[in-house]
Design a protein around this ligand. Sequence first.
Ligand code: PLP
Length: 354
Amino acid sequence: MVSFYPGPSRVYDTIPAYVKDAVKEGIVSINHRSPEFIALAKKTDRLLKQKLSIPKNYTILYTSSATECWEILAQSLSGEKSYHLFNGAFGKKWFDYTVALNHQAEGILFSREEALHPEEYVFPYQQALICLTQNETSNGTQVSNDILKRFRSNNPGAIIAVDATSSMAGIFLDFKQADVWFASVQKCFGLPAGLAVMVCSPKAIERVRNLNERLHYNSLPAMVNMMEVWQTTHTPNVLAIYLLMRVMEKQESIKAIHKQTQARFKQWKDFIQKQKGLSLLIENSAVQSQTVLPIISDPFNVSLIKSKAKKAGYILGEGYGDLKSTTFRIANFPALQTKEIKALQKFLSDFKSK
Ligand SMILES: *Cc1c(COP(=O)(O)O)cnc(C)c1O
C-alpha cells in the first residue's frame, strides 16, 4: 500500500533501519536530562536550521502535535487579541480552540479562491497575534511567502503565527517573514506521527517572556527556558526526535526539495487537466497548494475511484467536510517516489478510459 493521504502519509523507506539503530544505540531508553539527549537535541536543531533554511537565532521547540501548538499559542501568546484568517477546516479549528480559551480571539473568513490582500488587514491591536494557515490541508490552498511578508510589514508590532503543518519540509518557507511556525512530522517530513516542531523568532521569544503565562505544563516560558539548556519540560518523544534527526541528516536542502515539489505539482496539474471528468478543486493558480491536491469530480466517480484505488494499493485522501462526496485529495509530499506517482497516474487514466 502507498499512502497518498495528505497526512499521515508515506514515510521514508529509511525509517525501519533508523528505528533499529535507535534500539541498538539505546536511544529508546535514554534519559531526557542526559548528555546523550542534549547532544541529540543540539544536533537536531542544527540540522533543521541548516536543511530548512531556518535563521540561526530562531528557537526550535518540540510538541506532540500541531493541535498542541494551537493550544500552546492560545494560552501563551494570544494575549489581549488574536486574529485568525482562515478559509478551511484547519484554520477554523485553530480559531475554535483559541476562542475557547480567549474570548478576545477574532475569526476572519475568506474564500478559498481568494488571494489575501494584506493591505486590507492593518489591525488596531498592534500587540496582537495574527494567525494564518500557510497550507490549508482541507481544501488545498496556500498563502505565499510574499503575502506573509506584507502582513508583517503592515503590522510591525504583531506576532505572526503560521500553521505550516502540510508544507514545512516540502516547500521553501521564508522563516524570516513570521514569528512562530509549526508543523507535525507526519506530513511533508515523511515521519510517523507523534511529534511536532514549533519554530520561534527572537521577537516571539521576547513576547513570550513579556506575557509570562505559566499556568500550564506546556506554557511557553517554561518550554523556552528548558530548550535553552537543550531539554524539554517533560519526557518527550525521544525516538521521534531521533528519527527526525536521521531523516534531516540525509535530506537535501529545502531549495532542492522545493524544486522537486514544484516540478511534481506542475506535472500533476498537467496530468489532471488531461483527464476527462477530473479537475483540481482550486482554480486560482495564485493560491493552489503545491503539496496537497484536492481533485473534484461527480460523487459517483469519487467513491468509485477511492475504493478501486484502495484495491489497487493506493490510499487517497478523503474530501474534507462539505467536500467529502465530491473531492478526494492527493498528497504531493517529498517521501512519495516518482515511480509511485507514475503508477497512481496510470491507475487514474486507466480508470477514466473504462
Ligand atoms: C494535519 C494538520 C493539523 C493537525 O495536525 P496534528 O498533528 O494531528 O495535530 C493542523 N493543521 C494543519 C494545516 C494540518 O494539515
